[in-house]
Write a protein that binds this ligand. Structure first.
Ligand code: GLU
Length: 469
């Protein structure tokens, strides 16, 4: 009888939820859905000095944001590793009783001295046959057998480890607490995990863990180590150097669907010629055998390009809803009384085509809500430096006082002013844009001006002319 596969995601709650962790979680979730299995969430909270309940909540919230919902029937947990300490210790004692583990009283200084004297690094198995019992200062070590250990990894193929390169590793510390390697295996056995899909950095642990599975007489899981994420210098993403917190991308205005889609493509590609595909398609197509084992470049520009596509695919009303958190944030330029939701709804389509991340929205529309054009000195200098800027604005003000008020004629007027001076529209519109919107980039200019109305437009051009002197 084949049983339904059981995947697990086993983060340590020691900091912001990392995009690499998010990718691992999604791979497990996609597989659980594809194969009709279960996704177990296990919080590996045994490092008391670094854990915090906020980080745990952060993980659960982040998974929910990615669509890995704890109320889905395929989701199980969260379990907490710290609640299982008795099982970890019991398993360690069983390994001792079976002869797969032994106690050792050497201090780390003594181990170093022995290593120095023999010229061989690491612990040399000194206590293997000394018959020590548990006692103060004693650690329990696994007796690594002779031979080789072959890890069958669905991503990396067969990876062979010579056992004589693996020292007799510690299972229980001298204070009796279980080490990560042991706790992680015992929990996987306890939770009847069939597939361990995790980050490549754990591959060196795998032969040791497989030995523990074997020693306990349980068939090891199917292993799959997914490739490391690197930055543009091809260096492993690090929280000191790179933006790695999922939360930060969320608050920048990356849509959850875009994030999910992008993360899935870090090491894998959907079939067909576009990488932008819905979740259901990814679930259908995703296979560990197709995951690449070379490092995957976490390219923020590409993520933003994905996001732009997802933003444009939203219906207008979904786009307006998605913008709300950024329109009501505490750092917007306008006061709540100045904001007008109807105005935003009427101009939203102008900006939906232009933004890559939703956090850009507020600064693109602030000029509609503020009484005057916002001031941005860099934009001002850039646009107003040409000596013709004053005359162009002046002429524009004169024509705009009487011309038809629609974006086509507003554009034609400025185009003609430019042509008379041998200047392209792209050039002559820069001073006008800054006079009206305060910035050199923003939503389509003539549509914006049409919307702003004749009176406010003329007033803003007037202010700019005054400033130009
Ligand atoms: N708790 C480990 C980590 O966050 C994961 C171990 C595993 O997936 O086996 O790196």
């Amino acid at each position: 009888m084949t049983t339904a596969p059981r995947f697990r995601f086993a983060p340590s709650p020691t900091g912001f939820f990392h995009v690499g962790g998010a990718r691992t979680a999604l791979y497990n979730w996609a597989l659980a859905q594809h194969l009709g299995g279960t996704f177990v969430l296990r919080i590996e909270d045994t490092d008391e000095s670094r854990n915090s309940p906020e980080w745990t909540q952060g993980i659960i919230d982040a998974l929910g944001w990615l669509g890995i919902n704890s109320d889905s029937p395929q989701f199980e947990g969260p379990y907490f590793q710290s609640h299982n300490a008795d099982k970890h210790i019991a398993a360690a004692h069983r390994l001792f009783e079976q002869g797969n583990a032994y106690w050792c009283d050497l201090t780390s200084e003594q181990i170093q001295e022995r290593a120095k004297a023999s010229g061989k690094q690491g612990y040399d198995g000194y206590s293997r046959d000394r018959g020590l019992s548990a006692g103060p200062g004693h650690v329990l070590r696994f007796r690594v057998p002779q031979g080789t250990t072959i890890v069958h990894d669905l991503v990396r193929g067969e990876v062979e480890f010579a056992n004589d390169t693996i020292e007799d590793f510690v299972l229980l510390r001298s204070n009796g607490s279980p080490m990560f390697l042991l706790a992680n295996v015992i929990d996987d056995i306890d939770m009847t995990v069939t597939h361990v899909v995790r980050a490549e950095e754990h591959l060196p642990n795998t032969p040791k863990q497989q030995m523990v599975w074997d020693a306990l007489g349980v068939t090891p899981p199917i292993w799959a180590h997914v490739p490391v994420l690197v930055n543009e210098q091809r260096k492993k993403l690090s929280k000191r150097r790179d933006k790695v917190a999922l939360e930060q991308y969320k608050s920048d205005g990356i849509l959850a669907d875009a994030m999910v889609n992008y993360l899935m493509t870090l090491g894998w590609a959907p079939h067909g010629d576009t990488e932008i595909v819905p979740w259901t398609t990814m679930v259908e197509q995703f296979r560990l055998e197709d995951v690449n084992h070379s490092p995957a470049f976490f390219d923020v520009k590409k993520l933003e390009a994905f996001n732009g596509d997802y933003i444009r695919a939203l219906s207008l009303s979904d786009f307006i809803d998605a913008c709300q958190p950024w329109l009501t944030a505490s750092d917007v330029a306008w006061s709540p009384a100045q904001f007008d939701a109807d105005v935003f709804a009427s101009i939203a389509s102008l900006i939906q085509t232009r933004v890559a991340v939703l956090s850009e929205v507020a600064s693109m529309v602030d000029f509609f809500f503020l009484p005057d054009a916002p001031t941005d000195d860099a934009s001002w200098t850039k646009a107003m430096t040409p000596e013709w800027a004053h005359d162009v604005l002046n002429e524009c003000a004169r024509e705009y006082a009487t011309c038809d008020w629609n974006h086509d004629s507003l554009k034609l007027v400025l185009e003609t002013i430019g042509t008379n001076r041998d200047l392209k529209l792209g050039k002559v519109q820069a001073p006008l844009r800054v006079a009206i919107t305060g910035r050199t980039v923003g939503p389509p200019l003539f549509e914006s001006i049409e919307f702003l109305g004749r009176q406010r437009t003329l007033a803003r051009i007037g202010v700019a002319l005054q400033r130009l002197g």
